[in-house]
Design a protein around this ligand. Structure first.
Ligand SMILES: Nc1nc2c(ncn2[C@@H]2O[C@H](COP(=O)(O)OP(=O)(O)OP(=O)(O)O)[C@@H](O)[C@H]2O)c(=O)[nH]1
Ligand SMILES: [Mg+2]
Length: 253
C-alpha cells in the first residue's frame, strides 16, 4: 500500500485515466509520468493491443514501479473503441468513479486534465474541445483541422447535438454516464466511437459540457488514422442522422 496523498479531486471519487496504445513505445513512459505529475492521485490504465514494438512490456515495467499504474493486455489490434470499452468495464469493476480517455501520443496534454475534472463537478461528461473559444491545435496540418471541424459540423447538424468538437478523444466520464448510455450496444470505432458516445450521452439526458484544450500534433511514432476510419464515421453518422429523422417524423404521425 502507498501512503495516502493529498487529493485535489477527492470529491469526484476515484479517477482512472485510460490510455489505449498500439505501437507507442516512444510515448508510453512519457505520457504516464506526465499524467502522474499533473494529478498525482489519479490511476492510469494502459490498454495495449499486443503492440509488436513492445509497448506492453514498457507499461508492465511502469506498473511494477508505481502502484497507480495498471496494464490491460489485449490479444491483438481491435481498434480504439474496443480498447476503451474494455478499459471502461475494467475500471468500473475495479471501483473507479471517473473514467478519462486520453491518447498516448501527447496530443492530449495531461496538464489540462485538472480543467476537465473541475468541469466534471457540474457535468456528467466533459469533452476537451479544440473548437470552443480558448481551444486550438499546435502543429496540426490544415487538412486535419478541416476534417475535424467539418466532421463536427456535419455530426452536429445531422444528429442535432449541441457540441462543437464531437470527434475529440480527450474526455472525462462519470461512471453513471457510461452505465446509462448503453455501452453494450456500441460497435463503432475511431472517430465514430467518440461521436457515438457523445450522441448517446446527450440522448440519455446527461449534462455534457466542453472545456477548451490545446491539441498538440504527435511528435513520435506513427498515426493509426486511416481512410477507413473517416469513411466509417461519415457513413455511420449519416445512417444515424437519417434514421433519427425518420423516427421523429413517423413518431409524430
Ligand atoms: N489499444 C489500441 N489503441 C489504439 C488502436 N488504434 C489506435 N490506438 C491508440 O489510440 C490513440 C489515438 O490514435 P492515433 O494514432 O494517435 O490517432 P489520431 O490521433 O487520430 O492520429 P494522429 O493525429 O496522426 O496522431 C493512440 O494512443 C493510439 O496508440 C488500437 O487498435 N488499439
Ligand atoms: Mg494522435
Amino acid at each position: 500500500m502507498t501512503a495516502p496523498q493529498e487529493s485535489t479531486f477527492a470529491d469526484l471519487g476515484k479517477v482512472l485515466v485510460i490510455i489505449p496504445t498500439y505501437n507507442e513505445a516512444e510515448n508510453v513512459e512519457r505520457i504516464v509520468s506526465r499524467v502522474r505529475a499533473a494529478v498525482p492521485e489519479v490511476h492510469v490504465l494502459v490498454a495495449d493491443d499486443n503492440s509488436p514494438d513492445g509497448t506492453g512490456d514498457i507499461a508492465d515495467k511502469l506498473s511494477t514501479e508505481d502502484t497507480h499504474v495498471h496494464v490491460m493486455h489485449r490479444k491483438g489490434k481491435e481498434g480504439l473503441g474496443a480498447a476503451y470499452l474494455a478499459g471502461f468495464r475494467w475500471g468500473i469493476d475495479a471501483g473507479y468513479d471517473v473514467l478519462v480517455e486520453m491518447d498516448a501520443d501527447g496530443s492530449h496534454q495531461p496538464e489540462e486534465l485538472p480543467r476537465l475534472l473541475t468541469a466534471l463537478r457540474t457535468s456528467d461528461l466533459v469533452l476537451g474541445s479544440r473548437w470552443v473559444p480558448g481551444g486550438g491545435t499546435v502543429n496540426w496540418p490544415p487538412h486535419r483541422q478541416l476534417l475535424s471541424k467539418g466532421g463536427s459540423l456535419y455530426s452536429r447538424l445531422l444528429l442535432d447535438v449541441p457540441i462543437r468538437d464531437v470527434t475529440g478523444g480527450y474526455r472525462a466520464f462519470r461512471k453513471e454516464t457510461l452505465l446509462g448510455l448503453g455501452m453494450d450496444e456500441v460497435a463503432s470505432q475511431g472517430y465514430c466511437f467518440q461521436v457515438d458516445l457523445a450522441w448517446r450521452s446527450v440522448k440519455a439526458g446527461f449534462k455534457v459540457s466542453e472545456v477548451p484544450i490545446t491539441f498538440v500534433e504527435r511528435e513520435h511514432g506513427a498515426s493509426k488514422m486511416s481512410r477507413n476510419i473517416v469513411v466509417e464515421a461519415l457513413w455511420r453518422v449519416t445512417v444515424w442522422g437519417v434514421g433519427a429523422r425518420v423516427q421523429k417524423l413517423t413518431g409524430k404521425k
